[in-house]
Write a protein of this length. Structure first.
Lengths: 656, 195
């Protein structure tokens, strides 16, 4: 270790073009820096991050003129990694380098005050030098990476990620809470703007999942526990009992007719019924049956050998716990439709002829409740006049609403309107909107043709209230904002274009994995622009609507990106992790466990034998929550030790 | 096109937006008005608008655009403050407060309905009661009270005429009286007020 008397600090000041030098006098700053104790060398350059700038630093370190590096430039978020690599390249410990942010924190925030900017820049350099004097060489941690991935959620996002990884040669566990994979895409009739049959493009992928040797399909299963860290996650999964032997069952379906229990079919959003023994939909993967024990009356009819020839029914089936070890996790938990019941003025749940968009989708579907001949729920007559209301629950700043735009509702409403018009060319269709947002490839053209070719009428106004007459017709009250007229329009059917919300189980998954959420409730990405599928936790990726509302093409693109992100990690046998973890000083620890209760990453264990806290350096993210909370001062954080932080604080104290 | 026709046509073209009205809303802590997306929920919800010419969204829009003609518009006085618009606005704008503020600004500028002015000046200021029980016209209230064995006048300034002066002093302190005087002067000077 380098002793204090030998400290030789080099300060490098970056002009960043004119970003810094345009506002701060570099010459004066150099002169000031050279007077700070232990500074032996001060240099400046137009762009320190450039090749030439980097060579400058390398040469000075190699010749032994300096043994600590301070670079006064932009935010460490931008170039800390760059300068660390510079040190590493020549075998110099990269943790003996410190970056002072004199661009964002000095120059940019004081654009009209060059003198103020200069004063702050001085402080930043002073503080960085103080910390550099106390820096200690640190070593990165190496961990091995398991070559397998857990994909949570069997919708179109999870399916695509799983297939890509499996085809790349990695072992994949695809977890789905429902008895079949397919997700919401399986419920859709057609996809915009190409009008492809949704099931026809989805089911081949589902079949691929079932056939792929590298994929273990875990349907009707839930995560109950998670442990470990990047490269080595240990997952505890509960397989819910099907009460039907999944190996013996051949999916013949002869149990359906005899089953006397009729319950709501959730796949058709309660518009049809199913039996207590069921498969969710005809193309379900896997195609074996499940008994819904919440509704089953255990009459035993299905267990009769004359009914089930393979004798697959097993009322004594128990939940099964399995443990798996994976290197990476992809979270593709998807969405739920916004429930408009609370918006009383629209009458959803009260008036039978007000339905939500997913119900409309099922009504339009050729395998839906009405075999693709939509009719209205109250009397099964064909509606001659229908209306769609956009932004239901979306762009809604009141309690119980979502502030964000759900991005798909404009397009699916146009699509449903077109489909309806194709089935019933004489009908009249109104779409009530605030803004039509048709931003994707071929989307605007789709919108235009819905007006020109199909004659769908767009009314700019959000429906204010909905009434019902004695024939269950719907009376809409609104303003046509473009003509500034009040409207009172009688329609046969009203479809509420509801927005997308995070899946109801995403809270549970999120807290198990310690994932962060953005203000909209969806999982938060590590960086909104440059790391859209990474999370802040290494080894865990998000894809599809779990990250935010998106349409199918975007979901598939993101699913492939997540698969790629996971492959990059798994392609390496070993991973290096920055050593910013915290360390417990055993002699000081009193074993109070306060730190353990505070750690957001479950990184702190308790050694029952020694009665001391123990921090797992790989799980620790260096957030610093535990260190100041420790009443005995027994926790030190690498690279942010009390000694180092105090030296910075001392500078500020002196200054004032 | 001759230049005269052109001039007539160009008269309808907006050449600028002013912030004068919006600024008054902002100063009153009602900057939410700027978040309006003109969805029309308020207008569609308005029970008054079904019977009168009040169009809430258009009024808000005019205020946002700095169109001062809205202050002279008697329609803003037809809001019954039922709060439907307030409850339903997707942008959480306190729409009813906006209408009330719009009325305040209108009054400050001297635009007020004759009945309202009458009430404010001849009833409220003079008697310190919004609904007065004195005078020949209000005999019925006194009789009603008496029929319930109550004193004919309530125990307010009506029973203590010496307090009227104090109340009026208060109204002068908060510049209410001065506002009324200003309007009265203006009303006399030009009869261009709301018909």
């Amino acid at each position: 270790m380098v002793e204090t008397e030998n400290l030789k600090i080099g300060v490098y000041i970056c002009h960043c073009g004119t970003n810094i030098s345009g506002n701060i006098n570099i010459d004066l700053l150099k002169e000031y820096s050279s007077k700070i104790s232990n500074v032996v060398l001060v240099k400046d350059y137009k762009f320190m991050c450039s090749d030439i700038g980097q060579k400058l630093i390398k040469a000075d370190i190699e010749s032994g003129i300096i043994n600590r590096v301070v670079i006064a430039a932009c935010s460490p978020r931008l170039h800390e990694y760059t300068f660390r690599s510079v040190c590493e390249d020549i075998g110099f410990n990269p943790f003996l380098f410190e970056q002072a942010n004199i661009r964002e924190h000095s120059s940019w925030v004081n654009l009209n005050d060059p003198e103020g900017a200069f004063e702050i820049a001085k402080d930043h350099i002073n503080m960085a030098v103080a910390k550099a004097s106390k820096l200690k060489p640190l070593k990165k941690i190496k961990v091995s990476v398991e070559s397998s991935c857990l994909v949570i959620g069997g919708g179109i996002a999870g399916i695509n990620s799983a297939l890509d990884l499996a085809n790349n040669g990695y072992k994949v566990y695809l977890l789905e809470k429902n008895p079949s994979i397919g997700g919401h895409m399986a419920q859709l009739d057609k996809t915009f703007p190409t009008m492809d049959c949704s099931a026809c493009i989805l089911t081949p992928r589902m079949v691929d999942i079932a056939r792929n040797q590298n994929i273990t399909l875990l349907t009707y299963s839930e995560i109950v526990g998670i442990d470990g860290y990047v490269g080595n996650f240990k997952i505890k999964i509960m397989k819910k009992p099907h009460y039907v032997d999944q190996i013996k069952c051949n999916g013949c379906g002869s149990c359906i007719t005899p089953c006397p229990v009729i319950c709501k079919n959730e796949f058709d959003l309660g518009m049809t019924s199913r039996k207590a023994i069921y498969i969710p939909f005809p193309q379900a993967i896997p195609g074996e049956y499940t008994i819904d024990m919440e509704n089953c009356i255990k009459c035993g009819i299905c267990a009769d050998p004359n009914v089930c020839e393979t004798e697959a029914i097993n009322f004594n089936d128990k939940p099964e716990i399995i443990n798996i070890k994976v290197g990476t996790i992809i979270v593709a938990t998807g969405w739920d439709l916004y429930d408009p019941t609370e918006l009383k003025q629209y009458g959803y749940g009260r008036y039978p002829n007000v339905i939500n968009s997913l119900q409309m989708e099922r009504l339009l579907s050729s395998i839906g409740p009405l075999s693709g001949n939509p009719a209205r729920p109250s009397d099964l007559l064909v509606p001659k006049r229908i209306a769609f209301l956009q932004c239901v629950g979306s762009r809604y700043y009141r309690e119980g609403g979502n502030r964000y735009c759900s991005r798909v509702c404009c397009m699916y409403a146009i699509k449903q309107a077109r489909q309806y018009k194709e089935k019933y060319p004489d009908c009249e269709i109104f779409i009530f909107y605030i803004d039509m947002r048709t931003f994707g490839k071929e989307y605007e053209e789709f919108y235009e043709s819905s007006q020109r070719e199909y004659g769908i009428r767009y009314i700019r106004g959000r429906i204010a209230e909905v009434l019902e007459d004695k024939n269950n017709n719907i009376i809409i009250r609104s303003e046509d904002t473009l003509s500034q007229q009040l409207i009172e329009l009688k329609v046969d059917l009203l479809i509420l274009s509801c927005g997308l919300e995070p899946n109801i189980d995403s809270d549970k998954i999120g807290s198990l994995l310690c994932l962060q959420k953005s203000s909209d409730g969806f999982f938060m990405e590590a960086h909104p622009k440059l790391r859209p599928i990474d999370t802040l936790l290494e080894g865990i990726f998000i894809s599809g609507v779990a990250q935010g509302p998106k349409d199918i093409p975007d979901t598939v693109a993101q699913a492939k990106a997540a698969a790629s992100g996971a492959s990059i990690l798994m392609a390496k046998a070993e991973l290096e992790i920055d050593p910013y973890y915290t360390v417990v000083i055993d002699q000081l620890c009193s074993g109070c466990k306060i730190c353990q209760s505070l750690c957001p990453y479950n990184a702190i264990e308790f050694d029952d034998y020694k009665k001391k806290a123990l921090i797992n350096p790989v799980l620790c993210k260096g957030c610093g929550t535990c260190a100041p909370a420790c009443p005995s001062g027994a926790i030190e954080q690498n690279h942010f030790t009390s000694d180092q932080m105090n030296s910075i604080i001392d500078i500020i104290k002196e200054d004032n | 096109m001759n230049s005269k026709t052109e001039e007539v046509l160009r008269k309808d073209i907006r050449k600028s937006y002013n912030n004068k009205l919006i600024q008054k809303f902002i100063n009153a802590g009602l900057e939410e008005i700027r978040a309006c997306i003109n969805c029309g929920t308020c207008t569609g919800s308005c029970p008054s608008g079904k019977r009168t010419a009040l169009r809430v969204r258009s009024a808000i829009k005019k205020a946002l655009d700095g169109d001062e003609s809205i202050l002279k518009d008697k329609d803003i006085w037809f809001c019954s403050t039922c709060y439907y618009c307030y409850e339903r606005c997707p942008r959480n704008i306190p729409v009813t407060d906006m209408i009330i503020k719009l009325r305040n600004i209108a009054v400050e500028e001297g635009y007020i309905l004759d009945n309202h002015f009458d009430l404010a000046y001849n009833v409220f200021y003079k008697t310190c009661h919004a609904i007065s029980a004195i005078g020949e016209n209000n005999k019925k209230w006194r009789e009603l009270r008496e029929s319930y064995d109550l004193p004919s006048l309530p125990p307010t300034v009506h029973s203590y005429p010496e307090a009227v002066k104090e109340c009026q002093k208060l109204m002068r302190e908060v510049k209410f009286k001065q506002l009324l005087d200003k309007i009265k002067k203006k009303k006399k000077k030009d009869n261009k007020n709301i018909k």
